[in-house]
Design a protein around this ligand. Structure first.
Ligand code: ACM
Ligand code: ZN
Length: 754
C-alpha cells in the first residue's frame, strides 16, 4: 500500500476509534430527569481511593450525601482534597446547578445546598448502579467527562401517597422519599386522614388512635363487583408523632418538603366514628370498610372548629411546611341540608346554600392557619362557593379548576386524573393487578404539558407545578405501590423538571431501559411495559392494514394470525398486516433467543362499518380522546376495565350525535355498541339512544344497570347509507352517588354494524 493510503487508513481508523469512544460515553450520560443542557467532553474522571472531596457548611447535606453514597456503595474511601469540590455561585437559580466532570476534577457549583444536592443526584446517575446496593467491586470507576447546566422548570414537583386506605411502614415512606429525591422532586404530599382510617397520632384526642385508626374489615375485590364482600379482618394503625418527626427530618436531609393532608370537611368518617359529636347527626358511625364517598362529614359547629384547630396545632408542630393540605374534595352536602345547626348558620351568615357553607368552613380554617404563618392547599372543589382568600388549588377533576383559579390569581398545582392518577391501569394487558379503572400509560404521563392553553403568560405563572397521586384502595402492599409508581414517576419527574420543549419520548424510553438496572439495585418493584406492542387499524386507498410497533430498538416483533402463541419461529414482522377478514392477531417482542414482554392480542372484527366515514358533532374530552371518532369503527373493541384506552371515547356532560356514512346503500340487521358504567368514577350509561336512518327513526331505552359495562343492541332490517346515533348525556350525578352534583361522563366503545 502506498504510504499516503496507509496514512489515510490510519486517520480513518483513528476517526472510527474516536467515534466509538464518544458513542460509548454518550450512551453513559443517561440522566432522569433530562438536564437542561449537557455537553459531553473528551476523556473521563477516575474515581478511586486517592479521590478527595472538599466542601464547607454551605454544602453540608449534598456533599455528605455524595460521600456516603460513594463510601457505602463501594470500597472506595474518599480523601480530603480538592478533586471533587463544591463552590457557591450566587448567579445560579435557587435549585439549579452546574456539574463539570473533567479528567482531573469534578466541580459542582450551586447557589444553595439543594441545588448542589441535585448536582449530586445527576452525578449519582453517572456512577454504576451497583453503588445503589453496595456491590461495587472495582477500586477504580471511570465517570464520563461531561458539563451539565441544569435547573427545574417548576418549583413544585410532587408525589402524593394515600396511607388512609392502606398504610405503609416508616421504612417504606423513607424509601419513597429517597426515590423522589433521586428524581429531583421536592414535595411529598402525605394523605394522612381518610374515611377508612386516621393515620396521625394526635395526643389530645386518644380516640383517634383507639377508634379512628382501625376499621373492622375491608372490601374484597373491586368496588364494582356486586354484591360487596368483606375480609372480616380488623385493619389499621397510625404513625406516632415520634415516627413522623423522624420522617420529616429524613426528608429535610433530602430537600423534600412534606405537606400533610388533614381532610375536611369530607372524607372524615373515621374521625366522626371516634367523635360522633363533630358530625351533624351525632349518631355513631363506623370507620368505613369500603371505598367511595361518604355522607358523614364534619358539622361546622364551634366544637368541631375547636377540635380541628387542636388537631392542626399538633400537625403544625410536626410539619414545618409552608403549606398544609386541608382536603376539601368530595364532601356531599346531604347531612348539612338536613341539619338544623347548618341551616341556621347559613341564614345567620347570609350564605347562599351549602356550597357557600363549605367556603365558610374552608375560609375559617384558612384564617386559622394563616394566623400561624401557614398557607392552605385544597382540592379543586374549594372553588365552589368561592375560594378562600389565599388558597392554592390542586386541580384534579381535569384542568378547569386550575384555569379558574389561575385566572383569579391563585396559585395552582396540576394533578388531573387524566395524566396524574397513578392508581389507574398502565397497560392494556389483562393480567395487570386490579386497579381502580382508567388507563394512564407511561407515554400519556410523559406527554402532559402542565400549562393549560387557556392561560396567558401572566396567568401561567400561577401554575406552581405538578403532582402524581397514588390512591391506595387497591394497593395493599408497598410492592404494589412501587409497581404503580414506577416507571410513571420517572415520566412525572421529567414533566416537572425538564423543559417541555426538550421532551422526547423515544429518548426517554432509552433512558428508562438503562434506569432499570438502578431500580433493580434499589429493590424497587417497577412495572416494565417497554416490550409491549401497539397496533392501529389503517384505512386508505389500498384497503385495511394493521401496522405494529414497539418502543425499544434492536429486537424483532413476531406474530401469528391463527390465535396461537408467537414463538421465536413465528413470522417476523416487516410490514403492516393486510386485513381482509376478521382476524385474531397475536404478537410479541423477541431478541435472538427469547420472548421479552407480554403477548399482545388483538381481535379485529370486520363488520360493515369498519373503515367507513364517521363524524361526531363534539370532540371527545381532551383527557379521553381515544383514537378519535374513527376508533368507533375500526373493528376493535376497548378493554373491559380500562375506559381510558385508545378505543373508548369519553365525553363530559355533552350530548353527542354520531353519523356513520357507509358509502353506499347497505343492508343492515343490527347495530351494537357498549357504554362504560363505572359510577364510582362518575361514568354513566345514557338512558336513551335515538337511531336515525334515511327514512326511519328508532328509539332505544337503556335500563339502569349496576354492571360496569352495558351492552346495547338494536335489531333492524333496513337498507341505508347513513346511520345517526343521538346519545344524550346522563346529566348531573344524583344525590347520594359518588361525585353527586357533577356532570356525568359518557364513555362509548366500538359501534358494530352487521
Ligand atoms: C380526589 O381524588 N378525590 C382528590
Ligand atoms: Zn351540621
Amino acid at each position: 500500500m502506498h504510504y499516503k493510503n496507509i496514512l489515510l487508513a490510519l486517520v480513518f481508523m483513528s476517526f472510527l476509534f474516536n467515534c466509538k469512544e464518544e458513542d460509548k460515553l454518550t450512551k453513559d450520560v443517561l440522566i432522569i430527569p433530562q438536564p437542561l443542557e449537557q455537553t459531553i467532553n473528551k476523556g473521563e474522571f477516575i474515581l478511586n481511593s486517592s479521590t478527595g472531596i472538599n466542601y464547607d457548611e454551605n454544602f453540608k447535606i449534598s456533599a455528605e450525601f455524595l460521600k456516603v453514597f460513594i463510601e457505602e456503595g463501594s470500597n472506595i474511601k474518599l480523601q480530603s482534597n480538592n478533586m471533587i469540590s463544591f463552590i457557591k455561585d450566587e448567579s445560579l437559580a435557587d435549585e439549579g446547578y452546574t456539574l463539570e466532570i473533567l479528567p482531573e476534577s469534578i466541580i459542582i457549583k450551586a447557589k444553595t445546598d439543594q441545588g448542589a444536592f441535585y448536582a449530586v443526584q445527576s452525578l449519582r446517575q453517572l456512577l454504576p448502579p451497583e453503588f445503589e446496593d453496595g456491590t461495587v467491586e472495582e477500586n477504580e470507576i471511570a465517570i464520563p467527562s461531561v458539563t451539565i447546566k441544569d435547573k427545574p422548570q417548576f418549583s413544585y414537583r410532587g408525589m402524593h401517597l394515600d396511607v388512609g386506605r392502606h398504610m405503609f411502614s416508616v421504612d417504606f415512606i423513607k424509601k419513597y422519599i429517597d426515590a423522589l429525591a433521586m428524581l429531583k422532586m421536592n414535595t411529598f404530599h402525605w394523605h394522612l386522614t381518610e374515611d377508612q382510617g386516621w393515620r396521625i397520632e394526635i395526643k389530645k384526642y386518644p380516640k383517634l388512635q383507639e377508634i379512628a385508626a382501625f376499621r373492622n374489615e375491608t372490601l374484597i375485590g373491586h368496588y364494582s363487583d356486586q354484591p360487596h364482600q368483606f375480609d372480616g379482618k380488623k385493619y389499621g394503625g397510625y404513625y406516632t408523632q415520634g415516627e413522623i418527626k423522624e420522617v420529616v427530618a429524613y426528608a429535610q436531609k433530602r430537600f423534600v418538603t412534606i405537606i400533610p393532608e388533614i381532610e375536611l370537611p369530607g372524607h372524615s368518617q373515621a374521625a366522626i366514628a371516634a367523635y360522633p359529636e363533630f358530625g351533624c347527626t351525632g349518631e355513631q358511625v363506623e370507620v368505613a370498610t369500603k371505598w367511595g364517598v361518604f355522607e358523614d362529614i364534619y358539622c361546622p359547629k364551634e366544637e368541631t372548629f375547636a377540635f380541628l384547630e387542636d388537631v392542626l396545632d399538633e400537625v403544625l408542630a410536626l410539619f414545618p411546611s409552608e403549606y398544609i393540605h386541608i382536603g376539601g374534595d368530595e364532601a356531599p352536602k346531604t347531612r348539612w341540608s338536613n341539619c338544623e345547626h347548618c341551616q341556621t348558620l347559613i341564614k345567620k351568615e347570609g350564605l347562599k346554600g351549602e356550597h357557600e357553607l363549605q367556603s365558610y368552613f374552608i375560609s375559617k380554617i384558612e384564617k386559622y392557619l394563616n394566623s400561624k404563618g401557614r398557607q392552605i392547599i385544597g382540592w379543586d372543589e374549594i372553588l365552589e362557593g368561592g375560594l378562600a382568600p389565599n388558597a392554592t388549588v390542586m386541580s384534579w377533576r381535569g384542568i378547569n379548576g386550575a384555569i379558574e383559579a389561575a385566572k383569579q390569581h391563585h396559585n395552582v398545582i396540576m394533578t388531573p386524573t387524566s395524566h396524574c392518577y397513578f392508581d389507574y391501569y398502565q397497560s392494556e394487558n389483562e393480567n395487570e393487578p386490579i386497579a381502580i379503572g382508567g388507563f394512564l400509560p407511561l407515554e400519556k404521563v410523559y406527554s402532559f404539558n402542565p400549562i393549560p392553553e387557556e392561560l396567558n403568560e401572566e396567568e401561567a405563572k400561577y401554575v406552581l407545578g405538578v403532582q402524581g397521586n397514588i390512591w391506595t384502595e387497591y394497593m395493599k402492599t408497598s410492592e404494589h405501590v412501587e409497581y404503580m409508581a414506577f416507571p410513571r414517576i420517572l415520566a412525572m419527574s421529567e414533566v416537572v423538571w425538564s423543559k417541555t420543549e426538550n421532551k422526547n419520548y423515544p429518548d426517554f424510553v432509552k433512558r428508562i431501559e438503562n434506569f432499570h438496572k438502578r431500580l433493580d439495585a434499589l429493590n424497587i418493584n417497577y412495572a416494565n411495559h417497554l416490550f409491549e406492542i401497539e397496533g392501529e387499524l389503517i384505512s386508505d386507498e389500498s384497503g385495511l392494514s394493521y401496522p405494529l410497533q414497539t418502543l425499544t430498538e434492536g429486537n424483532t416483533i413476531r406474530f401469528t394470525l391463527d390465535g396461537s402463541e408467537p414463538t421465536v419461529y413465528s413470522e417476523a414482522y416487516t410490514k403492516p398486516i393486510t386485513i381482509t377478514e376478521s382476524v385474531s392477531i397475536k404478537a410479541s417482542v423477541f431478541n435472538l433467543e427469547e420472548k421479552l414482554g407480554n403477548t399482545f392480542s388483538q381481535d379485529i372484527n370486520l363488520h360493515k362499518a369498519v373503515g367507513k366515514t364517521i363524524t361526531i358533532n363534539k370532540e371527545p374530552h381532551k383527557s379521553y380522546p381515544g383514537s378519535g371518532a374513527k376508533g368507533l369503527v375500526n373493528g376493535i373493541s376497548g378493554s373491559d376495565s380500562r375506559y381510558g384506552d385508545k378505543e373508548w371515547l369519553g365525553f363530559w356532560g355533552d350530548d353527542i350525535k354520531i353519523t356513520i356514512d357507509l358509502g353506499e346503500e347497505t343492508e343492515i340487521n343490527s347495530i351494537e355498541t357498549r357504554f362504560h358504567n363505572g359510577n364510582g368514577q362518575w361514568i354513566y350509561t345514557p338512558t336513551e339512544i335515538e337511531f336515525e336512518f334515511e327514512n326511519e327513526t328508532k328509539h332505544l331505552k337503556i335500563p339502569e344497570s349496576k354492571e360496569n359495562l352495558v351492552d346495547i343492541a338494536l335489531d333492524v332490517k333496513i337498507k341505508t347509507k347513513i346511520i345517526t346515533l343521538k346519545i344524550a348525556n346522563y346529566g348531573i350525578i344524583p344525590k347520594g352517588k359518588q361525585g353527586a352534583g357533577n356532570k356525568a361522563w359518557t364513555f362509548i366503545d366500538e359501534i358494530i354494524v352487521n
